[in-house]
Structures are given as structure tokens and as C-alpha cells.
Design a protein around this ligand. Sequence first.
Ligand code: SF4
Length: 285
Amino acid sequence: MKVKLASKHGFCFGVEDAIELAEKTAREAKPGRAVALGPVIHNRQVVEKLEQAGLEQSAELEKLEPGTTVLIRSHGARPETLAAAKQRGLKIVDATCVLVKRAQAVVQQLHDEGYRVVMIGDRNHPEVRGVIGYAPDVIVVDSEAELDEALPRRGKLGIVAQTTHTPEHVGRIVGAIVARPFREVKVVNTLCLEVIRRQEAAVALSKEVDVMFVLGGMHSANTQELARLCIAEGVPTYHLEAWDQFRPEMVKDRTTAGVTAGASTPEWIITEFVRGLEAFEPAGT
Ligand code: SF4
């Protein structure tokens, strides 16, 4: 069938750098002495390859032997986690994306300037859990409905957002916040342009095809966001990890498929999928 690939898709520089550092760490550490603090990125296939190369995974610092190398993933970590790792005598290799590091620094600075920090994001996402560790009592919200209960009644607010959120979503919540009687609201744009470019390309492609495939890890926030945007465009959309999850009924009566991929999806997964789809002849056409 006819397949169109989004003009911007797949690996971002933050993920490329994190994987490069992870591979180097696995190569240079002695066997069993290199551990990533959680999945390096939200992509199962990449994480499995890194494990095969010798980079194990652990969430429990206290179980690691002093001298073990600990890789901090692209989503970053809380300052107390880094301090605990140092205190335990672990060697830290920091693969936190520079944009996540910037968000962490902004949160700290807003707090130092006297703002009550508000982060717009998913409180269960590792990036958000890490970033909010850089100031006390950060308020996390992800919808307008949460504001009444979550926000203080007055004061100065400093707002940041999860890097992978859409400008529209963040803009709506910021709009609802500034409609309240706060003396001062400072918004620092922490959104990732790499993600925004992929979102724009996915929306544009959704208008040209009759089915969309969004490739990426099921836990990848930016991949989930791409799928959500395509669905919002009214095109049937499938969020899959790889070609082995493709089913013929997904393209029944369809002639042109669009493919995009999240920032943590490797090129080989995308190429394999596109080739498989191009060679496929849908029923009913
Ligand atoms: S998506 Fe953006 S913030 Fe996330 S790792 Fe990539 S460059 Fe960094």
C-alpha cells in the first residue's frame, strides 16, 4: 500500500546522546558493574539491546556495590537521588537530556526568586518526578479541573511544563491560571522543540492519509501525545511498538497510510515497519 512518512519523526538529540552514553558506559564498565537507574529511554527494544550489551537496570541504589557505575537516564533524577548515589560511592554517568536539566534549573531558580512553582505535567512520569525535586512543595497539575483544589489562593506563581506536552495543552492551563487573582505569574517555556516539530508533522500528515501508525514505546509520553493528536484529527490511528503488532484489519479498505514515530523510537523499527506496510496489499481495495 502507499505509505507516507512524517517529515519529522524518530530519535531526538537527547535520546541519541543518552543511548551513546549508555553504550559507552556498558562497554567501559566491568561485567555486572554498570547499572541504569530505570529504563534509559521509553523504548523496550533499545533497553533490551543495552541490557544485552551489559547495562543492567535497577531502581534501588541501596542494593548496588560501591564503585558501580550508575547511569542517570534521559528523564533525569531528583537531587537527593544523585546525592545518595555519591554518598554510597557509586560512579555517576549523567545522561539527563540538556532540556530536562534546564527545566530542573528553572524550577530551582523560580523557587529562589520567591515563586511558588507549578509544573504542568503527568505526576507519574519520571521526568516530572525528577524535576519537581529541585524545589520544595512544587504543585503538579495536568488539567484545568485540578486547579481549584491544587493552587493556593494568592501569591506569586512560577510555571514550567513537562517537555513533551503540547503548546495547546499547556496554553489552556496557563490561560486558566492567569484568569485567577494571582499578583504575579511567571511562565518559563520548558517545552521541547524537537517534540513540537514531530507533533506538527504528525498533524500535517494525518490530513493526507486514511490511517495513521504511530510507532513507539507504550510508556513513551511523546509517542502517546502523537497518537492523541492524530486521533484528534479524526483519522483512525494505531499506536504500535513494531511491525510484529501490525494486523491486516488495521488497513482494511484503506489506501494510504501515514507513519510517524516518537523521539525514542529507533530508525530500524521505523524502516522495518514502512517496508512491511509498503509490501502489504490491503483487503477490500
Ligand atoms: S524529546 Fe526533547 S526533552 Fe526529551 S530527550 Fe528528546 S530532546 Fe530531550
